[in-house]
Design a protein around this ligand. Structure first.
Ligand code: 5GP
Length: 325
């Protein structure tokens, strides 16, 4: 039995620092890990402390990590204590900002398995999420334009009139407002919005029809939309694009600009907002991200994205266990 390798793998959804852990029976025996690390769980015999190794570590010794159940309880206690502290502050007249628990407060582990796309399988969905200034739509369009036989967008629906040069089903699916509203009610869209009094939306069917042609479908969406696409059918690979934000405008040479765009009038406040946006997305959705792409400029981000997409079809990746069963 000892010789049999454990087949239980968990993706850590939080950072663990044993030396700061007051609950552990032995800090030295703890296994430190970071959010995103893959842990091979060697034994789950103890309900509170598991023994695990980090995949990719040359260190063969297993260490102690909090069990899923135990960590959930710790998180719960932490949230309650925090809201108690904040409500006390409230009574003393301070603001109660941030007292609400978010999803990221309850993260522990996600059981995962290795997955490699095989020839007969549909290509995985590629989901781009971006922080302020990342310009993910432009990035997506460029990579597709370079290789339209392999990559495609999901053709959106719109209620705006078709322009003479446009073709039904190419730029858009043109539909009447009544049809669009019905589709919204029937949950046919992964996202939809209004622009200049016209409705626009991307349907689940539009993604499926790209995949049915054996092309890789690229969508750029709000992070919470990407989260909802995390299903066995789409097996999304989520890429978080964030622009490299320089320390300060004044230290930047005139020739370079963040995200490769026309940022001639970017102020320090703009840079601060970009930084803040990236931090916020990382905090709230970082645990779902398969890959972070730091965008220096448009051309290098494109070539990096191209490289990622090529590897996606060839290499093995960790995905939630439920996706491969
Ligand atoms: P146009 O009517 O010029 O083709 O598109 C105008 C705008 O519609 C775009 O800049 C974008 O803001 C919005 N739009 C286009 N496609 C979609 C979509 O699939 N979903 C959403 N929410 N908006 C879209």
């Amino acid at each position: 039995d000892r010789l049999r390798e454990s087949k239980v793998y968990m993706r850590a959804l939080f950072d663990y620092i044993p030396l700061e852990d007051k609950a552990t029976p032995c800090q030295e025996a703890g296994l430190p890990f970071k959010r995103g690390d893959i842990l091979q769980v060697v034994t789950q015999d103890d309900p509170t402390w598991w023994q695990a190794k980090r995949v990719g570590d040359s260190n063969l010794r297993a260490g102690l990590i909090p069990s899923k159940h135990f960590q959930e309880r710790l998180n719960h206690t932490m949230v309650i204590e925090r809201s108690f502290r904040l409500s006390r502050k409230d009574r003393q007249g301070s603001s109660g900002e941030g007292s609400e628990a978010g999803d990221s407060d309850y993260l522990t582990y996600e059981e995962v398995s290795r997955y490699q796309q095989r020839g007969h399988e549909r290509p995985r969905l590629v989901v781009l999420i971006g922080s302020l200034g990342a310009r993910i739509n432009e990035l997506k369009q460029k990579v597709i334009a370079e290789n339209p036989h392999r990559y495609a967008v999901a053709v959106p629906h719109t209620t705006r009139p078709k322009k003479p040069q446009e073709k039904e089903g190419v730029e858009y699916h043109f539909v009447a407002k009544q049809q669009f509203d019905a589709d919204v009610l029937n949950n046919k869209f992964i996202e939809h919005g209004e622009y200049k009094e016209n409705q626009y939306g991307t349907s689940i069917e539009a993604i499926r029809s790209v995949q049915a042609k054996n092309k890789m479908c690229l969508v750029d969406v709000q992070p919470e939309v990407g989260y909802r696409l995390r299903t066995a059918e789409f097996k999304p690979y989520i890429i978080f694009v964030k622009p490299r934000v320089p320390e300060s405008r004044r230290r930047r040479s005139a020739a370079t600009s963040p995200a490769g765009g026309d940022h001639a009038r970017t102020t320090d406040e703009d840079l601060q907002e970009m930084r803040q946006s990236a931090i916020q997305i990382d905090h709230q959705y970082g645990h779902l991200v398969d890959r972070v792409l730091i965008k220096e400029d448009s051309a290098s981000a494109c070539s990096e994205l191209r490289g990622i997409l090529e590897r996606l079809e060839r290499e093995t990746f960790w995905v939630p266990l439920g996706w491969v069963r």
